[in-house]
Write a protein that binds this ligand. Structure first.
Ligand SMILES: [Zn+2]
Length: 511
């Protein structure tokens, strides 16, 4: 009897273990899918067809400071670097010549806040939109591999500055769940946060990131460790921290203008629809001091204006908001999944049904319009004070389509008060300096990551969309090749899609 009982118990335990493993596998597959990892990857090999040394002839070049384009001149490119430039180089260079008459040459664009997740096709989307550098803000080991393969010329894509996935504090069970499902770096104690910064630096990440969910003591420990090992600390200002804690830290970048207005809101005591006006007055009274602290502490500010401006509509009228983005280009795993979903049923910003009581739409619109106004007030003060700003979009969160969104951000920056020259600097020279990369200028010695435009972006910032060719590490990609890359991404997306798209949501891509 006992023997049989043990056997039955054994089978029961075995079935449970198998069930748990099965559940783990199924959930893990869906996590990979929700972050875009199950969409087929298009061919992403550099052709290496461009000669080692060649001349871009008769191009107007964006001058340092981005205030004007030069008279037409020749630019000599050799081994992926700008070797020489000036008048009459084409005749003397003894190298193949590509004529760029009537075109505008500027540094390749940088999106300083993106999320690749598992969507490798995004690399093509960035290049096709003239974005030749990205700052990955939730870096995982496979991003380090992509970064290195691109640097070695084995993978086609923009240069990647990989910020390790955000460091956050959770209790034991929540920590296991968060590190599994959202790939956050969970540090339960200040000692763990200290060790985590050291480990991530040793793993080869370019920077470490503070989460909104990092404890104050964890934030202070991460800050001290980042200073000790010399790795930049970037990202959010933890909810548990005040702006004074930011000023006391080693943090050298704030990932959104939004972080500053959230910090001001904590100091204010938390605004609502009823005291929105008082909160805006509070922001007005304190914004100059905040901007001055940013300068004194040499903190770079990433913009993400377009995203925050989309909140009011995205939360209350998701269907209409989707018309502003080329949804067909976005990885369907991401757009349809619950992790970072874009589509109406899964949109992570859309107001959930249970909160849609009488008058909800007006209330939400009022709250999020105030939020965007506060952002605008803070942005104006930062701009007036001269806080170094980098254009960032939070690409891949809804409705920020990789590559495309950077042009929306440049437009948003100009709409918010930057000159076109300032907006271009925020996507070229300023991020180049922050990452300590020799990109962001068309000058000898700088990397040949370039964009050739058909129209002058200083006359109208929307002309950054008029991309005729992209030069990535010296390799020239003409418009037809860029379009073929976009078509290839859209084709694999369509084949992998479970939910058909409303045709209105794919219109933006055509513009
Ligand atoms: Zn982000």
């Amino acid at each position: 009897m006992l023997k049989w009982g043990l056997r039955i118990l054994g089978v029961f335990v075995l079935l449970n273990v198998l069930g748990a493993i099965g559940a783990y596998v199924v959930i893990d597959r869906s996590i990979v899918e929700m972050f875009g990892g199950r969409t087929p990857v298009i061919a992403l090999e550099p052709s290496h067809e461009t000669p080692e040394r060649y001349v871009l002839a008769n191009v107007r070049v964006l001058e340092p400071g981005s205030e004007r384009f030069s008279e037409p001149m020749d630019v000599v490119i050799e081994a992926g670097v700008i070797a020489d430039m000036g008048a009459g180089m084409a005749q003397r260079a003894d190298a193949p010549v590509m004529d760029g008459e009537g075109r505008y040459l500027m540094p390749g664009l940088t999106d300083s806040h993106v999320h690749l997740w598992n969507s490798q096709n995004d690399l093509a989307l960035y290049l096709a939109h003239g974005v030749t550098q990205i700052r990955e803000m939730h870096g995982q080991p496979h991003h380090l591999e992509w970064r290195d393969q691109i640097a070695d010329g084995d993978l086609l894509g923009p240069d990647i500055f990989v910020v390790a996935a955000q460091i956050a504090t959770y209790d034991f069970a929540e920590g296991l769940w968060q590190s599994w499902t959202s790939k956050r770096n969970v540090a339960r104690t200040p000692e763990a946060a200290d060790q985590m910064v050291r480990d991530l630096a040793a793993d080869g990440y370019d920077a470490v990131k503070a989460s909104s969910y990092l404890s104050l003591s964890g934030y202070q420990a991460a800050s001290a460790a980042s200073e000790a090992v010399g790795i930049p600390l970037v990202g959010h200002v933890p909810v548990a921290a005040r702006l004074d804690d930011l000023w006391a830290s080693n943090q050298s970048e704030v990932a959104h203008v939004e972080e500053l207005i959230k910090g001001l809101d904590r100091d204010f005591g938390g605004y609502g629809v009823s005291n929105a006006g008082e909160y805006l007055d509070y922001v007005l009274a304190h914004r100059d001091a905040v901007a001055q602290h940013m300068i004194n502490n040499e903190i770079v500010l990433a913009s993400t204006l377009a995203l925050v401006s989309s909140f009011a509509q995205q939360k209350t009228d998701t269907e209409a908001a989707l018309e502003t983005a080329p949804v067909g280009l976005v990885n369907p795993g991401v757009a349809e999944g619950r992790a970072m979903g874009w589509l109406p049923d899964v949109n992570i910003y859309s107001v959930p049904q249970q909160y849609r009581s009488e008058g909800w739409r007006d209330r939400y619109q009022a709250y999020w319009t105030t939020y965007a106004e506060a952002q605008q007030l803070m942005f104006e003060a930062a701009l007036a004070a001269g806080v170094p700003m980098v254009a960032g979009t939070d690409a891949n969160v809804p409705l920020m389509a990789p590559g495309y969104s950077l042009h929306q951000e440049l437009e948003a920056l100009v709409y918010a008060g930057m000159t076109p020259a300032q907006a271009l600097e925020s996507a070229t020279a300023t991020p180049g300096r922050f990452m300590d990369w020799n990109t962001g200028r068309v000058q000898p010695g700088f990397r040949a990551n370039l964009v050739l435009l058909n129209a002058n972006p200083l006359e109208d910032i929307r002309n950054t969309r008029a991309v005729e060719a992209v030069v990535m590490q010296g390799e020239v990609l003409m418009r037809e090749e860029l379009d073929a890359m976009l078509d290839a991404v859209e084709a694999v997306n369509d084949a992998a899609r479970n939910t058909p798209l409303d045709p209105a949501w794919t219109q933006a891509a055509a513009q």
